[in-house]
Design a protein around this ligand. Structure first.
Ligand code: CAA
Length: 257
């Protein structure tokens, strides 16, 4: 079905692997087409409780495909940037948590894809960065917007203006990466984390994801109001998961979502 993607399941956890190791999983139009198709597939998404994204071989994703971009017109480049953003937005709008399992290089558009995920787990051997400046380019898939929000303007500019890349340990210290694990264990650990999330209320997970996303996009008072609105909505009579969660706690048992 896919040329550049592999999909498998471990129980309720989906594993999506970028599978273009000969180009270090670089993102071109065809890869984006396949990703868009995958994220649109409600049958798959509704059959899982969390998704882990990783890369085949020694890279997570080494960025946008530099060879493919060589002869882009301004319109081509604009369209490519918009297509990438659309796909990354799909990740942000998925109803399930998405974990980036960074097994190796996560550079340029590859780091931007990881930033579009909810949580990032990295191998101690991984290297992360936004090296576009070395190519006379700038990050084109929301990197200039998301990174400063995550690590502050100074750290984001440091990464983007030097374009050198950092170790996974440095990325962990900055808060880009939430968990650092020994090389070779990143996928298993990410699935383990995803399984832990899968035990939580799917509705609460979806709302947390939505509220954090919306809060990044609108001014904080607006996000605050939304949070209160959604919190209140959870107490409507038909909110079965809230009822079950509270009931299970009081009955000293695991909730059955
Ligand atoms: N696009 C296309 N091909 C790529 C690629 C990329 N981003 N990154 C690596 N490749 C290809 C290489 O050209 C090479 O192909 P050949 O075997 O046909 O020569 C193959 O993948 C293996 O790569 P290397 O031989 O370079 O592997 P290495 O271990 O020596 O180096 C690396 C690894 C440091 C990651 C190096 O490949 C590299 O610097 N890659 C480019 C990283 C980069 O600049 N990314 C940003 C892209 S621009 C972007 O992403 C813009 C945006 O936001 C929209």
């Amino acid at each position: 079905m896919f040329k550049y993607l592999k999909f498998s399941k471990r129980g309720r956890i989906g594993i999506l692997t970028l599978d273009r190791p000969e180009a270090l999983n670089a993102l071109n139009e065809d890869v984006f087409k396949e990703l868009a198709f995958f994220f649109d597939n409600q049958e798959i998404i509704q059959s899982i409780r969390a998704l882990v994204i990783t890369g085949e071989g020694k890279a997570f994703i080494a960025g946008a495909d530099i060879k493919a971009m060589q002869n882009f017109s301004p319109q081509d480049a604009y369209d490519f940037s918009e297509v990438g953003k659309k796909v990354f937005n799909q990740i942000g709008h998925l109803d399930v948590p998405v974990i980036a399992a960074i097994n190796g290089f996560a550079l340029g558009g590859g780091l931007e894809l990881a930033l579009a995920c909810d949580i990032r787990v990295a191998s101690e051997k991984a290297r992360l960065g936004l090296p576009e400046v070395n190519l006379g380019l700038i990050p084109g898939f929301n990197g200039t917007q998301i990174l400063p929000r995550l690590v502050g303007a100074g750290n984001a500019k440091y990464l983007m203006m030097l374009g050198e890349g950092i170790t996974a340990e440095e990325a962990f210290q900055l808060g880009i990466v939430q968990k650092l694990v020994p090389a070779g264990t990143v996928l298993d650990f990410s699935v383990h984390l995803a399984e832990k999330m899968a035990e939580k209320s799917p509705n609460a997970l979806r709302l947390i994801k939505e509220l954090v996303r919306e809060g990044m996009e609108v001014i904080s008072t607006e996000a605050g109001k939304m949070e209160s609105k959604e919190f209140g909505r959870l107490f409507k009579a038909d909110q079965q998961e809230r009822k079950e969660g509270v009931r299970a706690f009081l009955e000293k048992r695991k909730p059955n979502w």
